[in-house]
Design a protein. Structure first.
Length: 193
């Protein structure tokens, strides 16, 4: 009898990347006036930072596509200028709950605030991790690995560098997920033995 396929909840998630054409096909039903030049313009304005391949082609993540959708919605529905949108996105990136000039808070946009920095107490509250485990991770310098890899890339302060830094951080996140999965498997294996 065939064994049912098991899914590994802790496996590293591959980052799905889209080219400009795919981004257009995803967003065009809601934004029929969207063009490749508009996407390039949003990048030039620093509103979105797609990754770049070695040959220079833009590659967008799911979060980039969500961010573009937010930008386009704010332009179309709220008639907001890019300066206001840039400030709104910066607040989202900082983990704040920005309100629109109309006073509304769009809860769908809050998901985009993925770069929020947590204090030690917030980290414990968010993850249910123990203070001792945080201290142990600090002792072995796990918490500084991503920053150590990404900081030199970000110091160049250009769009391509931000994109590379985001890619490196996502890759490290995937590697940490793989390591976590293996540790959990080894602990479970001890119980089974």
């Amino acid at each position: 009898m065939a064994q049912p396929a098991t899914t590994n909840l802790f496996a590293a998630r591959p980052v799905k990347l889209y080219n400009i054409g795919h981004v257009l096909s995803v967003l065009s039903p809601n934004f029929p006036d969207l063009t490749p030049s508009k996407l390039r313009f949003l990048e030039e304005q620093g509103l979105v930072s797609p990754q770049r391949t070695a040959s220079g082609y833009r590659k967008f993540t799911d979060l980039d596509v969500e961010r573009i959708q937010i930008i386009l919605e704010l332009q179309r529905d709220q008639y907001l200028p890019l300066k206001v949108i840039r400030s709104y996105l910066a607040d989202l990136d900082a983990g704040k709950q920005p309100s629109l000039p109309s006073g509304q808070v769009n809860s769908q946009h809050l998901r985009q605030g993925r770069l929020k920095k947590f204090s030690r107490i917030e980290l414990i509250a968010e993850t249910a991790i123990t203070d001792a485990l945080i201290a142990e991770a600090q002792d072995v310098s796990l918490l500084g690995i991503i920053e150590g890899v990404v900081a030199p890339v970000l110091s160049k302060n250009d769009t391509a560098s931000r994109s590379r830094a985001a890619h490196y951080a996502a890759e490290i996140e995937n590697q940490f997920a793989s390591i976590r999965s293996e540790i959990i498997r080894s602990v479970i294996g001890k119980f089974d033995a």
